[in-house]
Design a protein around this ligand. Structure first.
Ligand code: ADP
Length: 490
């Protein structure tokens, strides 16, 4: 065995990457697929197209590699997106409903009015929201002609994207998911580690549709490639895979991914806890049947604020330019709150809207660039503050990855404003690497010591800001945020 193959099935593209034993990328391939927006707020994918593009990239990635030397396949995927298909024909009954889809928002409001918020949160760790899979499955069964009847007869199967890919790749032999993906469905009881009968009843979902749930590093079946049976032996949702790929294996270890938005996850070990500060409780990757919990916080607009400067305001040409612009400004007078779609953790305010404070006659585009980068860092600190309040743990180091971590100004400011070491991953592909680690561990390609070692290398940023300055800047941010909350209501 020389390699592990990772399939990274994302929201806009399918990718395949081959890693060697040092965790280096040997080859990669990527293909975008169609996004369907049949109505305002609805987002769908064609599950067959997802499978097709995934396999095409797999083929491209293994081109030039001796297939007999691939020891295992790991899968990581966009989370919460759900497919329902016919167990005999393999035909999806409808397009996949994507995590971004809001069609079930009203149904979620009804559930809250029925007083189910706490019941669901205590079992699943999740707030009732259209984001998670359960209400999407409910919608499919209620709205696709004959679906509920067929489901009750045991003719239909459901799965998140990992489950769908595994089922297809094993020729229908394996109908499985891992705990991280199960924990995002709002049907899985993350304390008992079982599908929850009461929740299945609330959402009207027959149990026969559900995949079996196993640990993230487990035998999921095998995929036949050029006559070789390659084990599929690691599976995790994208954010949990990144947590694992960053080597956040111990309680208190945390990572933040800076993309369009930010996802910050902190390993909470084997202690189940609910947050009082707007964090979601979720399952992290586990190597055996024992659960590993994590707190998760999200920022809706992070790198997207930089896109807005580029494509909306048209005051920059490239995202990378914000670094030198930010460095050219000595003052910190301008504060941007990019609450373009409301605010996530810890505020959870859908009615907040964006604002810019502290403008003066000499404010220019460089101030906007600096304020946008600082806003990413402030929002990240907001999440870690919530985690510290809930769990009492302040991580010594925040491990980071994602497109915007290329920005050195952002990384240094992040360290300064949190008074914490920031460790940027050596390998930018931490999500795929996490899936590869899970798969490789299962087949003995790597040991857990290897995983710690291979994930711990990176570039470190340490705090340089005086405490008084840090408190002043974060205080200004908090003041600015408070003025945007509830904007649409007042
Ligand atoms: P996603 O997976 O969400 O598409 P990526 O990890 O590819 O995100 O990161 C892309 C995001 O990072 C974009 O929103 C972009 O504006 C931002 N970004 C990329 N490079 C930089 C940079 N040098 N400085 C600041 N932001 C950047």
């Amino acid at each position: 065995m020389k390699y592990v193959l990772a399939l990274d099935q994302g929201t806009t593209s399918s990718r395949s990457l081959i890693f060697d034993s040092e965790g280096h990328i040997v080859s990669t391939a990527q293909q975008e697929f169609n996004q369907y927006f049949p109505q305002s707020g609805w987002v769908e994918h064609d599950a067959l197209e997802i499978y097709d593009t995934q396999l095409k990239t797999l083929r491209q990635a293994v081109d030039g590699v001796d297939v007999s030397e691939i020891g295992a396949i790991g899968i990581t995927n966009q989370r919460e997106t759900v497919v329902v298909w016919d167990r005999n024909t393999g035909e999806p009954i409808h397009k996949a409903i994507v995590w971004q889809d809001r069609r079930t928002a009203d149904f979620c409001e009804d559930l809250k009015e029925k007083g189910l918020f706490n019941t669901i949160r205590e079992k699943t760790g999740l707030p009732i929201d259209a984001y998670f899979s359960a209400t999407k499955v409910h919608w499919l069964l209620q709205n696709v002609s004959g679906a509920l009847e067929r489901a009750e007869k045991g003719e239909l199967l459901l799965g998140t994207i990992d489950t769908w890919l595994i089922w297809k790749m094993t020729g229908g032999k394996s109908h499985l998911t891992d705990m991280t993906n199960a924990s995002r469905t709002m049907l899985f009881n993350i304390k008992t580690l079982k599908w929850d009968d009461e929740l299945l009843q609330i959402f009207g979902i027959p149990k026969s549709m559900l995949p079996e749930v196993v640990a993230s590093s487990s035998p999921f079946g095998s995929y036949e490639l050029d006559g070789y049976q390659i084990p599929i032996s690691g599976v995790a949702g994208d954010q949990q895979a990144a947590l694992f790929g960053q080597g956040c294996l111990e309680k208190g270890d945390a990572k933040n991914t800076y993309g369009t938005g930010c996802f910050l996850l902190m390993n909470q070990g084997q202690d189940f806890a609910l947050s009082d500060h707007g964090l979601v409780t979720t399952l992290a990757c586990s190597l055996d049947e024992k659960p590993v919990y994590a707190f998760e916080g999200s920022v809706f607009v992070a790198g997207a604020a930089i896109q807005w400067l580029r494509d909306g305001l048209e005051i920059i040409e490239t995202a990378g330019e914000t670094q030198s612009l930010a460095e050219s400004v000595d003052t910190d007078d301008v504060v941007l709150v990019p609450a373009f779609v409301g605010l996530g953790t810890p505020y959870w305010d859908m009615y907040a809207r964006g604002a810019v404070f502290g403008l003066s006659r000499d404010t220019g585009r460089a101030h906007f660039a600096k304020a946008a980068l600082q806003a990413i860092a402030f929002q990240t600190r907001d999440i870690t503050e919530a985690m510290i309040k809930d769990g009492g743990l302040k991580p010594e180091t925040l491990k980071v990855d994602g497109g915007a971590t290329a920005n050195e100004y952002l990384m240094q400011f992040q360290s300064d404003i949190m008074d914490m070491e920031i460790l940027r991953a050596r390998n930018a592909e931490t999500t795929a690497l996490g899936a590869a680690f899970l798969a490789g561990l299962q087949v003995g390609f790597w040991s857990i010591v290897d995983v710690s070692k291979l994930s711990s290398q990176g570039i470190s940023y340490t705090p340089k800001m005086q405490e008084g300055k840090r408190n002043e800047l974060y205080g200004n941010w908090s003041k600015a945020v408070s003025r945007t909350l509830g904007w649409l209501k007042n």
